[in-house]
Write a protein that binds this ligand. Structure first.
Ligand SMILES: Cc1cc2nc3c(=O)[nH]c(=O)nc-3n(C[C@H](O)[C@H](O)[C@H](O)COP(=O)(O)O)c2cc1C
Length: 314
């Protein structure tokens, strides 16, 4: 089973990727949040740093682009290739209205003839490196997958990551795993399942239902439980000490790179996942003005039931 750490803009930067790899491991490929391509083709400072080989030393990473312009994509693939990468990803999944109203991300799923023309142009000449794609199963309705799937299958993508929701479904509510099953049945090359994998049991249920599953991408599940990939591979759950080390290393990395208030803001954003809807811990986290307070909110005092609920291992 290949495990991808999903790209999450504003969260999964180089510091998080490196600390995760060192402390927990289990992930094969770390995905970079998208580069929003522009006419000038100049990347933001943080994007340049995020993709730099120094930032990703020892890691297998997959850069990602958000664009509807084949020329921009070609130029970007050249620059990614020059940085030593052999594969990069195209974003057809971002559901943010600021992105979709410009016809980018999952906005490209709204007009399949335009998407087809775009992909025809992209693949009309040899690419410097291989290209993968990350998609939703539709913009408005899961029914759209019936047309999107054969369209994507026409092109030689290195792999196709399928977030089994429509764009309008954003990130919550029902998922449609049957869309992934259809991709397997129709012989789509290298499909990667994505959506709501939170425990090793979820992964087992997926592979039981779809025995052809060879690769999964996990995002929020790894924020909730950074040992999830390790556990999927039969390793131990995270100990309290490991979780403390995880949050402390992230905080220190972000504090050294940015400044204390930004580091605290980022750690709080990350901790929203393990804290969940627990009112008491949410309040503790909101009020915390130092890392120890945040860790206490995320892990509790150390008594029974205070660390992340242990979840079934496979
Ligand atoms: C805060 C946040 C930022 C995200 N940024 C990106 C991104 O830059 N590129 C992308 O393809 N998906 C992005 N996603 C979507 C995730 O990669 C993933 O597809 C989604 O969270 C579903 O997987 P999960 O249920 O395992 O979290 C983002 C999701 C979240 C919650």
């Amino acid at each position: 089973m290949i495990i991808y750490f999903a790209p999450m803009e504003g969260i999964t930067d180089g510091i998080l990727r490196r600390v995760h790899h060192e402390l927990f491991g289990g992930v094969d490929i770390y995905c970079l949040p998208f580069h929003k391509l522009t006419q000038t083709m100049s990347l933001l400072t943080r994007e340049k740093r995020d993709i730099s080989p120094e930032e990703n030393r020892g890691l297998h990473v997959l850069p990602q682009a958000l664009t509807r312009d084949p020329g921009q994509l070609h130029a970007w693939l050249q620059s990614v290739s020059a940085r030593g990468y052999s594969c990069a990803d195209l974003n057809l999944g971002c559901p943010s209205p600021t992105v979709t109203k410009r016809g980018r991300g999952s906005g490209m799923l709204r007009d399949l003839s335009a998407l087809r023309a775009f992909l025809d142009q992209v693949f009309s000449k040899p690419l410097p490196i291989s290209l993968s794609v990350k998609t939703r199963i539709g913009y408005e309705s899961p029914e759209e997958w019936q047309e999107i799937l054969p369209l994507l299958a026409r092109y030689p993508f290195a792999h196709v990551t399928i977030h089994v929701r429509t764009a309008l479904e954003q990130y919550t509510g029902a998922i449609h795993p049957e869309a992934f099953g259809l991709a397997l049945r129709q012989g789509l090359a290298h499909p990667v399942y994505n959506g709501d994998l939170r425990t090793p049991v979820d992964v087992r249920a997926l592979t039981d239902r779809f025995p052809g599953t060879k690769a999964v991408m996990i995002g929020r599940g790894l924020l909730f439980d950074p040992a999830l990939a390790r556990r999927i591979r039969g390793g131990p759950p995270a100990s309290r000490e490991e979780l403390q080390a995880w949050y402390t290393a992230l905080y220190e990395g972000w504090r050294d790179r940015f400044q204390e208030t930004i580091a605290l803001g980022r750690i709080k954003k990350l901790m929203e996942w393990p804290v969940g809807e627990d009112i008491k811990r949410k309040r503790l986290l909101r009020r915390a003005d130092h890392i120890e307070g945040c860790i206490e909110a995320a892990l509790g005092h150390g008594g029974e039931n205070s660390v992340l609920e242990p979840m079934n291992t496979m």
